[in-house]
Write a protein that binds this ligand. Structure first.
Ligand code: ADP
Length: 574
């Protein structure tokens, strides 16, 4: 309209019916509408909303309506503008459409009464049509859309509300959690880090998002050596799709401070079933570990110190009971005998406590060497023969013993790779338990081997173990508590120590049992070939603090090769 006006200035012979001839008022209205629209589009684009659009549209309607009204109504050369503008009224909803329809109708009625001469009926019909037709068309076009839009808008806003509620809740939980949480995508970039993780690691959020996790979550082992990426729990989770838990890692903060952490990394499984990222949750356990170490040190020192006076008491009691060194009556002997037994029990308890505290602090001494299993185990069994005999049990060492036809079995030489002191403790304990928990019958010790493992099994015809107790047997201080065991003394530490020692020697311990019929405990240890054994024996003995330095050929033992008992073997729990 402004363009036409400007063009009209240069047009010759502008008559009143020409498109170039516009009333001034419409020019002003057109200018206001144009300026408002440009302003809204330029400066309020971001907030552009329904109200701005409506104001612009009302201004446009007023401009076009006025123009048409002042230039001949239905005969105006600008009728097409009204028709076009009117069609869009429905975009602003039914109330705007209704308002416009009412305004147009009022205008037509007013025009009818004020026009001179009074309009012909065809003229009236034409004006009504021109005025209302675009509004009717607008209703038909937009009504359908409005209904659909209203439904989808309602559904959308409900969903939006729900999602934002869920997102808010998750954010509140993640942000208020005391554990550090870091989310890592498939490429290893950090996507989320909660405030606890930021505090622990000393990395602010803005510096970490999008950064490779290795720069932020720096892990080292207990010796302070950095964990290679291939062995990093986060990488392992991405590759294996399985959660990984580790309580023995150190986290190095941005300032180089070292924190002992308990780390749990879980995979985020994508739609294709593959890990699309990982969530690492870690907790600072430096204080707990320190307290644990202090407790362990206290138990270790206390047991060590108390063993000396107990040994002295035991010695003096032995002297008191010896007829060559002391003269006592039978009653006193009986009391002293009981005191002697209790002292021995106390001594064993201290010994066990010492061993447990060593195992927990990773201070177990493991000096593996090649052991001829048959000779070694036979010696242990022989040392326990008197105990079995006292109880009226037959203790059978199966390798090399005559079979049912009286033929001696030829036993191959089995070399196992383990610490002899540790194994004496383990096998001795198992045979001792078998004697202790068997009222009558036999205890049989056997050795079998395959290419990789040697398995020593101790089978008894004793009281057996209830199935519900079996999974807990190798836990610290666990004792089966029933009428069969109540009279039999013990600490509940023996099997725990057996497990720790076996594992420290790269071995595996298991049990199978039938309650009331007997049990079989098996220890599987890495086997050495005869050549390997000779090499180990001929080499100078090496003092090794841990079995981690075992030669490459000493593979960790898997589950025992042979199980003589009908129930499946049970792998110890922590
Ligand atoms: P302790 O014998 O000192 O109680 P252990 O750790 O050696 O502790 O054994 C734990 C428990 O396992 C025992 O209390 C006993 O109930 C059960 N147990 C161990 N060996 C046998 C066995 N050969 N037969 C039956 N029960 C056994």
């Amino acid at each position: 309209m402004i363009g036409l006006f400007v063009a009209g200035r240069f047009a010759p012979n502008t008559d009143t019916n020409s498109v170039f001839a516009q009333p001034d008022i419409t020019l002003w209205l057109a200018s206001v509408t144009g300026l408002f629209s440009i302003f809204a589009l330029t400066f309020w684009r971001k907030q552009a909303n329904y109200i701005l659009g409506l104001v612009a549209y009302i201004l446009l309607g007023a401009t076009v309506g006025t123009l048409v009204a002042l230039t001949g109504n239905a005969h105006s050369p600008f009728v097409a503008l009204w028709l076009i503008a009117g069609v869009f009224a429905g975009l602003f909803g039914r109330w705007v459409l209704l308002g416009l329809t009412v305004a147009t109708s009022i205008y037509v009625v007013l025009w009818f009464f004020t026009a001179t001469p009074t309009p012909e009926w065809q003229d009236i019909v034409l004006n009504i049509l021109v005025g209302e037709a675009p509004l009717l068309a607008s209703y038909i076009i937009w009504h359908q859309r409005t209904v659909q839009d209203a439904n989808s808008t309602r559904a959308f806003s409900a969903l939006e509300q729900e999602l934002s509620q869920v997102a808010n809740k998750s954010e509140i939980v993640i942000n208020s959690i005391a554990d550090g949480v870091v989310a890592i995508d498939q490429q290893g970039a950090i996507q989320l880090i909660n405030p606890s993780a930021q505090d622990m690691l000393g990395w602010p959020k803005q510096d970490t998002i999008g950064l490779d996790y290795k720069s932020v979550v720096q892990l080292t082992n207990q010796k302070g050596e950095p964990i290679p990426d291939n062995f990093s729990p986060i990488r392992q989770v991405m590759v294996s799709n399985r959660p990984v838990t580790n309580d023995n890692l150190t986290l190095v903060t941005k300032s180089g401070k070292k924190l002992l952490v308990s780390l749990v990394v879980s995979p985020v499984i994508g739609r294709d079933g593959q890990a699309s990222g990982a969530i690492a949750v870690f907790r600072d356990i430096t204080r707990e570990k320190q307290e644990e170490r202090q407790k362990g040190e206290f138990i270790s020192t206390a047991s060590h110190e108390m063993r000396t006076p107990v040994a002295a008491i035991e010695g003096y009691l032995g002297l008191a009971m010896n007829p060559q060194t002391a003269t006592i009556d039978d009653k006193a002997r009986l009391y002293l005998q009981k005191a002697h037994e209790s002292t021995q029990h106390l001594g064993r308890l201290f010994q066990d406590l010492l061993m447990v505290s060593r195992a927990e602090d990773s201070r177990l001494v493991v000096r593996p060497t090649a052991i001829d299993a048959t000779v070694f185990v036979h010696e242990i069994v022989e040392s326990l023969q008197p105990k079995a005999r006292d109880k009226g049990l037959s203790l059978i060492f199966k390798p090399g013993s005559p079979d049912t036809d009286g033929n001696r079995r030829v036993q191959p030489v089995f070399y196992m790779y383990a610490d002899p002191d540790n194994m004496r403790e383990v096998i001795g304990n198992l045979v001792d338990n078998a004697i202790k928990y068997t009222k009558q019958g036999t205890v049989t010790v056997d050795i079998v081997g395959d290419d990789r493992n040697i398995t020593v099994s101790v089978l008894d015809s004793g009281i057996g173990i209830p199935p519900e107790d079996v999974p807990h047997l190798f836990q610290k201080f666990y004792r089966v508590d029933n009428s069969d065991t109540r009279e039999i003394g013990g600490t509940g530490l023996g099997l725990y120590i057996c497990r720790r020692l076996t594992e420290a020697n790269n071995g595996h311990i298991s049990v199978s049992s039938i309650y009331g019929q007997g049990s079989t405990f098996s220890v599987a240890l890495p086997r050495l070939s005869n050549d390997q054994a000779e090499d180990v024996i001929s080499a100078a003995p090496v003092t090794q603090p841990s079995s981690a330095m075992a030669p490459a050929f000493a593979q960790p033992a898997t589950a025992p090769a042979v199980n003589t008992s009908p129930t499946p073997p049970v792998t110890p729990q922590q």
